[in-house]
Write a protein that binds this ligand. Structure first.
Ligand SMILES: [Zn+2]
Length: 264
C-alpha cells in the first residue's frame, strides 16, 4: 500500500478536521460556517493562514493565540488528529473506492455530531437530517461505482432510516408515555436514522447495542462517582457514533464472530 497516499489521506483528514472544528464551534452558536474567517475567541483577531495549519500550528504555538496568549482548546488538535487517523484507516481498508468517499463523509459527520453533543448536549438537525438525506442519495449512487461490490443498497438505506428513525422513535415515545421520563433524545433518534441511511439496518442495530454496552462501561463508574444525576449528563451521541465507526471497520467480522459463539 502506497505510503505517500496514506500520508496524503492523513493530511486530508486533518484539514477536514480543521473545518469540522469550525462547524463544532459555530453550528451550535448558530453562526455561519463560511463567514467570517476564523478568529481568536479571546482577542477577536483573525487567525493567520500560517497559524491555521492542522496539528502543527497548535504545537508550534504551544496551544495559545499568537496575539493575546488565550489558551486554544485541546479539542482542536484532537479533532484534527482523529479525523486524519480515520481517513488514513478508511483508505487502508477501502482503498481508492466509492466506499472510501462514502465513509469519509460519514465519519466527518459523526465527528462533528459527537463533539457538539459532548459540549452542548444537542445534535443539530442540519447534520443529522442532512446526513439522512446525504446517506440515502449516496446509496442511490453506489451501484454506479463497480470497483467494489457495494456493501449497502438503496433498500438497505431506506430500511435503515425507517428502523433507526421510525421504530426507535416509537419505542422512545412509548417509554416516555409509561415512565413519564425521557429515555432517548430526539437528536439521538435522528442520528440513528442517519446511521441507518449510511449503514443499513445491521449498522443501526450494531451501533445501538455497542453504544449501550460501551456507554454502560463508561457511564456506570461515572454515575457511582458523581451521583445519579450524571445519567442525564452523559450524551449518547458520541457512543452511537463510536458504535457506527466500529461497524464501518469491523462490523461484519464482529457480527459473524458473535453469531458463531451463540450458535455453538
Ligand atoms: Zn487572541
Amino acid at each position: 500500500m502506497n505510503v505517500v497516499v496514506q500520508i496524503f489521506f492523513f493530511f486530508l483528514g486533518s484539514v477536514v478536521g480543521s473545518f469540522l472544528n469550525v462547524c463544532i464551534y459555530r453550528l451550535p452558536r448558530e453562526k455561519s460556517i463560511v463567514h467570517p474567517p476564523s478568529a481568536c475567541p479571546g482577542c477577536g483577531k483573525p487567525i493567520r493562514f500560517y497559524d491555521n495549519i492542522p496539528l502543527i500550528s497548535y504545537i508550534l504555538l504551544k496551544g495559545r493565540c499568537r496575539e493575546c496568549g488565550t489558551k486554544i482548546s485541546i479539542r482542536y488538535p484532537i479533532v484534527e488528529f482523529l479525523t486524519g487517523l480515520l481517513f488514513l484507516l478508511l483508505y487502508r481498508q477501502f482503498e481508492l473506492t466509492f466506499e472510501s468517499l462514502v465513509f469519509i463523509l460519514f465519519v466527518s459527520l459523526l465527528i462533528a455530531i459527537s463533539f457538539i453533543d459532548l459540549e452542548f448536549r444537542i445534535i443539530p438537525d442540519i447534520l443529522s437530517i442532512g446526513g439522512v438525506i446525504l446517506g440515502f442519495l449516496l446509496s442511490i449512487a453506489r451501484p454506479f461505482f463497480h470497483r467494489v461490490e457495494p456493501r449497502f443498497g438503496i433498500l438497505d438505506s431506506l430500511i435503515g432510516i425507517a428502523i433507526g428513525g421510525g421504530i426507535l422513535f416509537a419505542i422512545a415515545w412509548i417509554y416516555q408515555l409509561i415512565t413519564k421520563r425521557e429515555g432517548m433524545g430526539g437528536g439521538d433518534i435522528k442520528l440513528l436514522g442517519m446511521i441507518g441511511a449510511f449503514c443499513g439496518i445491521k449498522g443501526v442495530i450494531f451501533s445501538l447495542i455497542s453504544a449501550s454496552f460501551i456507554g454502560s462501561i463508561v457511564g456506570i463508574p461515572l454515575m457511582l462517582a458523581k451521583g445519579r444525576d450524571t445519567k442525564y449528563a452523559i450524551p449518547f451521541g458520541p457512543f452511537l457514533s463510536l458504535g457506527a465507526v466500529i461497524f464501518v471497520f469491523k462490523g461484519d467480522i464482529l457480527i459473524n464472530a458473535f453469531i458463531n459463539i451463540v450458535s455453538r
